[in-house]
Design a protein around this ligand. Structure first.
Ligand code: ZN
Length: 459
């Protein structure tokens, strides 16, 4: 203890100073005031609010009239602005692409950190990766515990794939053939520090021979629960959703997309507490376009390079996508996803917000805002969509120190110039993003050296 105090600037000496009631001279304090607060819980927006951030965490929230500005604090007035918790995307994949070329060789810490910077610049201050990350994700996951400047990472590590069936990515050895192998893989991911366990049950529109059978999925779920981990399943078909709910899965990472959900499934999900953790409407919607409809939207364009924009706009690409045998199936698939999600919400099933961004042409950050818009199109109120993307996601993920604007939470915040509860597209009116009390760089990584309109016309 003595030597720690001599060192002067260690955690131990700081704690000792605080315990002794000495002035915390090194505390970094910032006050934001006079904004309209959307606190993430679903409570109605409150005008003329203020908050105090101390060393990256929220230390006080309340009406500006009751604010006591701590000595030495930096004060910022946000009159006319809206402040809410940073968005959380519960379904992403990291480091799969360079531009829109997908290959596991691009999964490097540098590329992942670049993508986490893009998420952050779009106001997505935490993400949960769902099963295609090498073990290099675990040191990055650990960074969420401190004052990071990138989006915080929660992860399943590698998800469980049934041998020869749907799921995973080439280059990762993540398939299992027996219940014993499935349990061993769950144990391995849990021992590496996975926050939860993922499994895939699908056959790509019947193109693959077999889906993961119940004796494997039930082993995954049982073993995960024995290790104290939740499970989340990729599903497509109603029948698999019903079977997995019966087996005790904790959440679905996509909507049911082959038919309408019925009262039998809804009441099973409700009774078992199964979440619709991600509806991935933006994923399904993206597949319905030969050419994505937002290529000339600067809010999209600043998150990608001009080369990617050009590639996305090319007639050759459009022709290739339109000629794919599954292309006509995507519009009805999207419709099922939207209708079923709305039915679940109406039935009182718990739900979060997740996009499945990260694979080719499914873009970090931008898709979260598109997802919110599609959730509202499906029938939710803007407030329901925002709450799904903040406190609900945090609750499902067990992320206790993010997701709401409340004392003790990390100051991971989104400041908007317009009211997102009046029009969900106002989630895009980003004025500032804070992670752990620090303003995230407003220089978009993909904008460095660029002077086009998407990047504000200056390099
Ligand atoms: Zn996914």
């Amino acid at each position: 203890m003595r030597s720690a105090m001599k060192a002067g600037f260690s955690i131990v000496s700081l704690t000792v100073a605080m315990l002794a009631g000495l002035p915390a001279a090194v505390a970094e304090t910032t006050v934001l005031r006079d904004f309209t607060l959307i606190d993430g819980t679903g409570k109605a927006p409150a005008t003329n609010q203020a908050l105090v951030m101390t060393d990256g965490r929220i230390s006080w929230v309340g009406p500006s009239a009751k604010l006591k500005v701590p000595a030495g604090a930096k004060v910022e007035r946000l009159k006319g602005k809206y402040l809410m918790p940073g968005l959380i995307d519960s379904h992403v994949h990291l480091g799969l692409v360079d531009g829109i070329t997908q290959n596991l060789q691009y999964q490097t810490p540098e590329n992942i950190e670049k993508q986490l910077g893009i998420y952050a610049a779009y106001g997505v201050t935490a993400v949960q990766t769902l099963g295609t990350e090498k073990d290099l994700i675990f040191p990055i996951q650990q960074m969420r515990k401190g004052r990071t400047a990138m989006s915080r990472v929660y992860t399943v590590g590698q998800g469980v794939v049934f041998k020869g069936s749907y799921g995973g990515v080439p280059g990762l050895d993540q398939s299992v053939a027996t219940p014993g192998e499935a349990r061993a893989m769950v144990d391995k991911e849990a021992s590496h520090g996975a926050d939860l366990i993922k499994l895939w049950v699908d056959d790509e529109f019947g193109m693959l021979e077999e889906r993961m059978p119940p004796q494997i999925s039930s082993a995954v779920i049982d073993e995960a629960h024995r290790k104290g981990k939740k499970t989340v399943a990729h599903i497509f078909y109603y029948d698999n959703a019903a079977e997995l709910a019966r087996e005790g899965v904790d959440a679905f990472a996509h909507s049911v997309r082959d038919r309408a959900v019925d009262d039998a499934l809804l009441s099973q999900m409700k009774a078992k507490g199964v979440w619709q953790m991600a509806a991935t409407l933006s994923r399904e919607a993206s597949f319905t376009y030969k050419t994505l409809p937002f290529l000339d939207d600067p809010f999209f364009a600043r998150g990608v390079t001009p080369a990617v924009l050009k590639e996305l706009a090319s007639p050759e690409r459009a022709a290739k996508l339109a000629a794919a045998p599954n292309f006509p199936k995507y519009a009805p698939t999207l419709q099922h996803a939207m209708d079923n999600f709305a039915r679940e919400v109406k039935a009182g099933i718990r739900y979060g917000m997740g996009t499945d961004s990260g694979p080719t042409a499914r873009f970090p950050g931008y898709f979260a805002h598109w997802e919110l818009e599609l959730m509202v199109k499906a029938g939710l109120t803007p407030m329901q969509a925002l709450t799904a993307a903040t406190s609900a996601n945090a609750e499902f993920m067990g992320a206790n120190d993010i997701g709401t604007v409340a004392p003790g939470k990390w100051a991971d915040l989104l400041v908007l110039g317009r009211d997102p509860t009046a029009d969900i597209r106002n989630s895009r009116a980003i004025d500032a993003v804070y992670i752990a009390g620090n303003k995230v760089s407003t220089i978009w990584q993909t904008c460095i050296g660029r002077a086009d309109d998407a990047c504000g016309g200056r390099p």
